[in-house]
Write a protein that binds this ligand. Sequence first.
Ligand SMILES: Nc1ncnc2c1ncn2[C@@H]1O[C@H](COP(=O)(O)OP(=O)(O)OP(=O)(O)O)[C@@H](O)[C@H]1O
Length: 434
Amino acid sequence: MLGESIQSTDKAGTADISPLSTRLAFNIPQDVAVSGFVNNNKTQHHFTFTGILGMEVLQDEVFAHLGREVVLNAMDGYNSTIFAYGQTGSGKTFTITGGPERYADRGLIPRTLQMLFQEIRRRGFHSAGAGTDEEAAPVMYQVCVSYLEIYNEMGYDLLGEENRKEEGRQGESGALRLPRVVPLEDEGGHCQLRGLSVHPVSTEEDALNLLFVGDTNRAIGETATNEASSRSHCLFMLTLEGRRPGKETVRRSKLNLVDLAGSERVHKTGGNGLGRGGQTLREAKYINQSLFYLENVILALYEKRSHVPYRNSLMTSVLRDSLGGNCRTVMVATVATERSHTEESLSTCRFAMRVGQIRNDAKQNEDLDPFQVIKRLQTQLVAARAEAGWTEKGGKEVPLSEEEKDAVRAACHDFVSRCEPGYEGIWTRGRGRG
Ligand SMILES: Nc1ncnc2c1ncn2[C@@H]1O[C@H](COP(=O)(O)OP(=O)(O)OP(=O)(O)O)[C@@H](O)[C@H]1O
């Protein structure tokens, strides 16, 4: 893990938060009942994090601390994830997606998209001042967007087409239905998501439109602490492919921005939890269960156990790489620091400390692009055949057929496109005519 940060929703609670410090202290008087539990042991709890961002920290600063490096990493071929974890109403959606009222409240996803497309434009040009020729050459990117929701332990495509209605999630009104997404494990143990649509995007605007469509389809309900509570885990997924024209290598990466549903105590679910015809309680049960499985995974990784129970829930299966695998991961632990939420805040901080101990093994995903390799081999084959044909004909100059001429032109074109800028000239040496 790269680290974890705290975004608090209240400065004046029991927690002592100094802006941009790394230490968070909770002061709980002994023998005082706080949100249902009596503290007999410690009066102070200290936690150390990579960074602590108070509620007053603006969204652009949050992005500068957490998002910038993640975008650059992903563009360089490293799988990257930012996930927000914390109790309901503590600011996960505000951090990941943003607030609905002001443009300045845009969260990590829209800011990531903005920076990504700015950087794509910048890298698309030959950069004269860069160190090596390799670094200076332009890079072309392909970006695709998917948006997955995990609701009551089922996967749904938030960008799915409407015509697959009968299979999907039905909203309270009965009107909203989304296509199901089913996890499948490949030979490498990686989770593939059948039914999740993948949308190529070439501009920030295209990607933002998809974000908007997906957000409109999310399962939202009211809880005691949040009137617009996310009742599901939502994963906004970007897949990036970067290649330099004429080169055979391609860098591929995934960038996941994850808003987990908030844990909540059933006694705090509002009334007896039977709101919305018992739906609130049912949702809380699934949410708490999947967060429990997430904690089991983190505990197994923390204790370096040989078996990590990723398969227990859809969320941990999907986040397998992000948790202890080939990924650079940032966790944002959100806490509400009011006294009434101390129990949940302490549990979030303990969880975050454990997550911070886990070391991922992130690799730069650089592969040979099979299409480029096939193209080169085809060109070489045609050239070799042409040469063999010429030899067979006793070295006599025989006019090339139209097909051979095309192949030679393609080979020349390919050669020229590989030449780096800065060559003094291109020398040709050939035989035959055409
Ligand atoms: N840093 C902040 N500045 C201003 N408002 C905030 C901040 N953090 C959260 N809020 C507000 O607090 C409310 C709850 O936040 P949010 O919906 O992000 O919580 P959540 O953790 O995603 O909750 P849930 O798990 O129930 O979905 C929202 O109205 C949000 O706009």
